[in-house]
Structures are given as structure tokens and as C-alpha cells.
Design a protein around this ligand. Sequence first.
Ligand SMILES: [Zn+2]
Length: 101
Amino acid sequence: MTTTNIITINGYTQECSCEHCGRPLKLGVKTGEIGTIGADCFVKLIAKDKKRYSGNGKPSAEMVKQHAIIITKGLEYAARCHGLYAQSFQFQAGREAAHRI
Ligand SMILES: [Zn+2]
């Protein structure tokens, strides 16, 4: 149990299955806290943050996949080429995920 309830994107895995729902995935998003999951499940499992994302307060699944690909190239690359920082890969867990962390 941690008290932070943060889900961190660490990278991606190709051709795997989602550790949340078991669905086969072309690209699984690796997280430090809840294993490798699909981008759609990732979006479902994080909390809404309307300051960070307009509309429904969540990133799109496509955006999550892009983050997963970018982080494998390192934070220096992420900052230089995409303006992303360590915090960009950290998301507040929603209620369902918080039980699992
Ligand atoms: Zn899933």
C-alpha cells in the first residue's frame, strides 16, 4: 500500500495481454504500479484531472500510447522533443485502481 496513489507510465510491451481485463493488446502500457495494461484501461483507471485535460479531464488512449513510447527513449528525449517531464508520465489513480496499488 502506498499513500500516493500515483500510476506511472514506464514504457510499453508489444503483443501482450492486459493485466486488468485480459484483453490481447498490440501495445500494452507498462506501469510501475499496476502492471502492463491497455491504454483504454489506463484511461479508465486514472482519476479525472480537469486542470490538466480539458473536456472529460482525461487523456485519450492514443495520447497514453504515445507517452508509453516516448518514455522508453528516456526523459531527456521526452523533454527535448516533446516538452514532457517526469510528472507528465505520472497520473493520479482513480478509485478502482487505488484499491489495487
Ligand atoms: Zn484491459
